[in-house]
Design a protein. Structure first.
Length: 319
């Protein structure tokens, strides 16, 4: 039976996850009364997904001359935003369309004091990426300054934890659902031998592009690289800013990722993309006969994967 962060995990795994992500503080002080038994696997997934897609925002309220604070995620996947609200047991979701007619977007957000406090308990010291931890600390410092100005107690900022990406928790699944790339070439997937016999030969890649290299090195370590793998440098095609990219076309790496992501699953529309990508891996493992029907099937599967990837993202390129 496959384990899923939708349904929770065994007690042994729960204990390990609690120890690694120190979620006792949230469970004791942040869990809503109507959610007394939080799904640990989901919380790990959510922290990872937020690190990839979430934002800490603040702005001035011109009516009160005070700052407003918000934690939010915007996605082109309304059902996923509603699922997050339901699983956490708090927050709001609003849907909207952009002027460029790129489809329906949804934003999960929290801006009231009590529920912001819940997420502070969940996030403080738990982030894996250094830049998200720094964003959180800078945002929380502004919130604490306003609380001091109003003679209210401040939230203590914990020292950064040493959490790492691994195949033993759902954190990486959440992060990859936001920022992972699963690519298949739609060209030249047939190989003709000297004898004239044909076979399928798919070109597939897994990749992650980030502004900072720390998490990419951790993903590399998860895959068991004994020597550092060189990271690519590239732009997003819109600016000259350089980003870091880890990518691999090795079947061994893809099978490790496939196994992990069948244990800790994606929760939104991108799960459809991933399942199709996983099905295409079989064409690299097994020697399927090449027929007109099988060729059409694989071509449709590749194109459906690309179309679903477009629908699942926020309208911004994962480059």
């Amino acid at each position: 039976m496959q384990k899923s962060n939708n349904t929770g995990s065994s007690e042994t795994i729960r204990e390990t996850n609690l120890e690694r992500f120190c979620l006792q503080h949230y469970i004791a002080h942040g869990t809503p009364m109507h959610r007394p038994k939080p799904d640990i696997g989901f919380l790990e997934w959510f922290i990872g997904f937020f690190e990839a897609e979430g934002s800490f925002t603040t702005w001035s309220d011109h009516n009160t001359e005070r700052r407003r604070f918000c934690i939010d995620i915007t996605q082109k996947d309304p059902q996923l935003m509603y699922k997050i609200r339901t699983k956490l047991g708090f927050g709001r979701v609003t849907t909207f369309s952009k002027k460029d007619h790129t489809g329906l977007f949804a934003k999960y957000y929290v801006e009231d004091r009590k529920n912001l406090e819940r997420l502070i308990y969940l996030f403080d010291g738990q982030f894996v990426t250094k830049h998200k931890q720094m964003q959180f600390q800078a945002w929380l410092a502004k919130l604490n300054q306003q609380r001091l100005d109003c003679d209210r107690p401040v939230y203590k900022i914990s020292a950064a934890q040493t959490n790492q990406a691994s195949f033993q928790t759902a954190w990486l699944a959440g992060f990859l659902e936001g920022d992972g790339g699963f690519w298949v070439s739609s060209k030249s997937f047939l190989y003709t031998k000297k004898t004239g016999e044909q076979s399928f030969r798919l070109k597939m890649k897994f990749y992650v592009t980030q502004e900072y290299p720390d998490i990419l090195n951790q993903i590399r370590d998860c895959l068991g690289y004994l020597k550092p793998k060189k990271l690519h440098r590239l732009t997003n095609g819109h600016t000259s800013k350089l980003y870091y990219r880890f990518e691999t076309g090795k079947l061994e790496d893809h099978l490790k990722l496939d196994s992990y992501l069948k244990t800790y699953q994606f929760l939104g529309n991108r799960s459809i993309t991933l399942k199709r990508w996983s099905r295409l891996l079989n064409y690299r493992i097994y020697d399927y006969p090449v027929t007109t029907k099988s060729t059409q099937k694989i071509r449709r599967l590749i194109m459906a994967t690309k179309n679903q990837s477009t629908l699942a993202c926020r309208g911004q390129s994962k480059f």
